[in-house]
Design a protein around this ligand. Structure first.
Ligand SMILES: C[S@@+](CC[C@H](N)C(=O)[O-])C[C@H]1O[C@@H](n2cnc3c(N)ncnc32)[C@H](O)[C@@H]1O
Length: 244
């Protein structure tokens, strides 16, 4: 997310992103790539100011949508080592069910350890919540789930889906949701010239709007204006929120 090495996970420079509209030809095999990355992703991950802003903006935004007074079910796709999983579970004591999915077995094992459901349950005891937290190894494309969730969320995942598959993948997210679909992804209007084979800028708003059941799409840029004491942060990412 900051523009430092290693550039093998989400921490690439914007110039490493390719456009789903470009004629980008690559040998990128998402399943193979993320299975391999999953083995070291957690060790290589470094928190920085961009991640802190991303998480803060996500929580602030979701708190405006989901009142803590009503219960909530969540499906997270591409959960990685559980960064967003834990963030949401700790900030929303009203979550009664959470299914976290990733194609990498290693990432799912890391997520089980990082999220530590027991810890979450203990923290939530005062609120008398006892969330049902499940982890599942699957890619989005072959995921079989026979129910819908109040919130379907994917953070820094769709940018790694091949342009040839992105429409179908987004349709699947929409079909698995009762109302709200949120994705966080790299987004820049000006498409960078240099690209890495595993990154794509998809035109998310357009894709959502072309799905008949979608009534509204919001894009919230993850940036913080310059203040007196702090410099401007521009994560070059956006929160995309589609509603049915
Ligand atoms: C950049 S990481 C983001 C992890 C986490 N969501 C976060 O924000 O910290 C991308 C994750 O998506 C997973 N992933 C990529 N493509 C996927 C797919 N088609 N289906 C399921 N998981 C996928 C990878 O295995 C990896 O764990």
């Amino acid at each position: 997310m900051t523009h430092q090495s290693p550039k093998t996970n989400s921490q690439q420079s914007p110039s490493d992103i390719s456009s789903s509209k470009s004629n980008h030809i690559s040998t990128y095999n998402p399943q193979q790539y993320w299975t391999e990355q999953g083995k070291t992703y957690k060790e290589q991950f470094r928190y920085n100011k961009d991640f802190r802003l991303q998480e803060q903006m996500l929580i602030d935004y979701l708190k405006r949508i989901f009142p803590l007074s009503s219960s909530l079910t969540v499906l997270e796709l591409g959960c990685g080592f559980g960064r967003i999983t834990k963030l949401l579970l700790l900030n929303f004591p009203n979550i009664k069910e959470y299914l976290a999915v990733d194609l990498s077995q290693h990432q799912i094992e890391n997520a089980k350890e990082y999220v530590r459901p027991q810890e979450i349950i203990i923290k939530k005891k005062e609120e008398k919540a006892n969330p049902d937290i499940k982890f599942l190894v699957s890619d989005i494309q072959s995921l079989q789930v026979d129910k819908k969730y109040d919130l379907v969320i994917a953070s820094e995942v769709l940018m790694h889906v091949l342009p040839s598959e992105i429409n179908e993948v987004i349709c699947k997210l929409v079909n698995l949701s009762n109302k709200h679909i949120v994705n966080i992804d790299w987004y820049e209007k000006q498409i960078p010239k240099r690209v890495a084979p595993h990154n794509f800028i998809h035109i998310y708003e357009e894709i959502y709007k072309n799905i008949p059941s979608i009534t509204l799409v919001n894009r919230i840029p993850i940036e913080k204006k310059k203040g007196w004491l702090s410099s401007k942060i521009d994560a070059k990412q956006s929160i995309f929120h589609a509603l049915k």
